[in-house]
Design a protein around this ligand. Structure first.
Ligand SMILES: N[C@@H](CCC(=O)N[C@@H](CS)C(=O)NCC(=O)O)C(=O)O
Length: 211
């Protein structure tokens, strides 16, 4: 199994889950030059990370990779069983993290790191909202998370799943960008996730080298 990877990017999410599952994998460090090559376009037509290659499967999108891995190693308990109604909430938080929670964080990031390479989103669509607006937007979308995490340690049946990896990965960005200033159940939850040995193996302090 090969994970195409750049440190501190969304590629940290599947790496973290691979560490949780505790299987061996190869990490391929993708350079910007490599990500623009025709060869890499065969792996991900958008030239982005992460990509997972697992025998006959080549898959992009960080949340999809996490969902794929959690199901492939279902016996490790990182996804509810197919027949379980908890599966509905698992999907909810996976999609929420990728679509709803990440949007204001990405907009905020465009202000803090304006020179990050971005192959798809036109420049004028980046940082379209002010940092203050992004912060307010983020606070609103954190509402249901804060509510749930008042009484729970994890998102689905109070047990750690890939939905925590994807959500934690987005919150990690928010923390590193300085968006998580005030104490909240969400901040406590992230601190709990960051104590996990698998998280610590996948997380890196330094931002990816951009060439
Ligand atoms: N929705 C995709 C986003 C992938 C993505 O934008 N990856 C960034 C790193 S976080 C990237 O490769 N950027 C390089 C570029 O756009 O040139 C996912 O979650 O995998």
């Amino acid at each position: 199994m090969k994970l195409y990877y750049i440190p501190t990017t969304r590629a940290v999410r599947p790496r973290w889950l691979l560490e949780e599952i505790d299987i061996s994998y190869d990490l391929v460090n993708v350079t910007m030059e490599m990500s623009r090559s025709n060869e890499y376009a065969n792996l991900n037509p958008h030239g982005k990370v992460p990509v997972l290659v697992d025998e006959n499967v080549t898959i992009f999108e960080s949340a999809a990779i996490c969902a794929y891995l959690a199901d492939k190693y279902l016996e490790r308990g990182f996804a509810p069983k197919l027949e379980s109604s908890a599966r509905a909430y698992y999907y909810q938080w996976m999609f929420y993290a990728s679509l709803t929670l990440e949007a204001p964080v990405e907009q905020y990031m465009f202000h803090v790191l304006p020179d990050l390479p971005e192959k798809l989103l036109p420049k004028q669509a980046q940082a379209k909202v002010t940092p203050e607006e992004a912060t307010q937007w983020f606070a609103k979308v954190c509402g249901p998370l804060n509510e749930l995490l008042k009484d729970n340690n994890y998102l689905v049946e109070n047990s750690f799943t890939a939905a925590d990896v994807v959500t934690g990965g987005v919150l990690l960005w928010a923390l590193k960008l300085g968006m998580l200033q005030q104490d909240s159940p969400v901040k406590t939850y992230l601190a709990r996730l960051m104590e996990r040995p698998a998280f610590q193996k996948a997380d890196e302090d330094t931002y990816a080298k951009i060439d």
